[in-house]
Design a binder for this molecule. Structure first.
Ligand SMILES: [Fe+2]
Ligand SMILES: [Fe+2]
Length: 331
């Protein structure tokens, strides 16, 4: 049987379990937080006072912080790219006639994710510290440019990617929240933490998908995991650009900002990989084909190898002027 058909069979075999995954890892719509819970209420008489307080607190935050928050927001705002990508993955079929659990999952996941860009965008708009028009242009560019994460339509590779990426966003939102709190900005800290909580649930779900697949097709899953790590997990916003720039030009500069701030670092990449190796129990996996066994050994050794590389890695200390944020003399 071809790889494609095996994948399809495995996805179909697991499909009846997806409803249970949704119950375990997503929240009922009527119960989950909404952006309005954290933002000044525009129907309230206190609205202008609350906005004034929000703007006052925002003045304490530095340049690298704003650049990172803007890029995080734009990454969330490019959700149409992610939903359309996932809907096209092998086995996630929204056209099958009967309700397919996988496509239901993708829609419900998207619906939760959609609140992240929503709350952050409104916060940025009210803060008065950023150039919203430039941010909007970048967002439009990013959605138009799409992404290429090297997963193709392969569900195994896509779920490795999302397992990794959801944890990466959990880490970065959590750290941004911590920095905001240190500067006395409790409202923004709360927003970032609540988003980080969503990302964690999503991470736990995707890593469960992979574990379940591992039970059905360990050879295929280990090979797909190794293939993704060989290519490296690229960030979903790796095509980020500002107005007038060419594709991807802003991304590296933003990454340096995030590294400098300690919001998302090469060390985090290594730590995430270690956690995935542990959860998927690669250390104890036996009975693989020769090829998959080689891939397993590669994955087991990879964290140590990447650790050595990350210790030698240099990132730019040079401050770049972004169009999204006016310099405010604070780093
Ligand atoms: Fe998100
Ligand atoms: Fe996410």
């Amino acid at each position: 049987m071809s790889i494609k058909n095996v994948r399809l069979e495995v996805m179909q075999a697991i499909e009846p379990q997806v409803d249970g995954f949704m119950k375990d890892f997503l929240m009922p719509i009527e119960k989950i937080w909404q952006p309005t819970d954290f933002l000044p209420d525009s129907q309230s008489d206190k609205f202008f006072d609350d906005v004034e307080q929000l703007r006052g607190e925002a003045k304490e935050l530095g340049y690298d912080f704003w650049v990172t928050l803007v890029a995080d927001t734009i990454t969330e705002e490019a959700l149409p790219t992610y939903e359309s990508w996932l809907m096209d993955v092998e086995g996630i079929d929204q056209h099958s006639g009967k309700e397919n659990g996988w496509s239901k999952w993708v829609r419900a996941w998207t619906a939760e994710e959609n609140r992240h860009g929503d709350v952050l965008n409104k916060y940025l708009y009210l803060s008065g510290r950023v150039n919203m028009r430039e941010i909007e242009i970048t967002t439009q560019h990013l959605i138009a440019d799409g992404f290429d994460i090297g997963t193709d339509r392969d569900p195994y590779k896509n779920f490795v990617y999302t397992s990794f990426q959801e944890l990466a966003t959990n880490i970065s939102h959590k750290r941004v929240g911590k920095l905001a709190k240190q500067k006395g900005n409790t409202l923004l800290a709360k927003m970032c933490n609540i988003i980080a909580g969503d990302e964690m649930r999503h991470h736990l779900a995707y890593r469960e998908f992979v574990k379940t697949i591992m039970g059905q097709d360990p050879d295929g899953m280990v090979l797909a995991f190794a293939d993704m790590m060989k290519k490296k997990i690229v960030m979903p916003a790796h095509f980020l650009r500002e107005s007038g720039e060419s594709i991807g030009e802003a991304f590296e500069h933003f990454s340096s900002c995030a590294q400098r701030l300690g919001v998302y670092t090469a060390q985090d990449y290594v730590d995430i990989l270690k956690k995935l190796n542990d959860y998927w129990d690669l250390g104890n996996l036996r009975g693989l084909s020769d090829q998959a066994e080689k891939a397993r050994v590669y994955l087991m050794k990879l964290p140590e190898r990447l650790q050595r590389i990350s210790e030698r890695m240099q990132f730019s200390q040079e401050q770049r002027a972004f169009k999204w944020v006016e310099a405010n003399g604070m780093l």
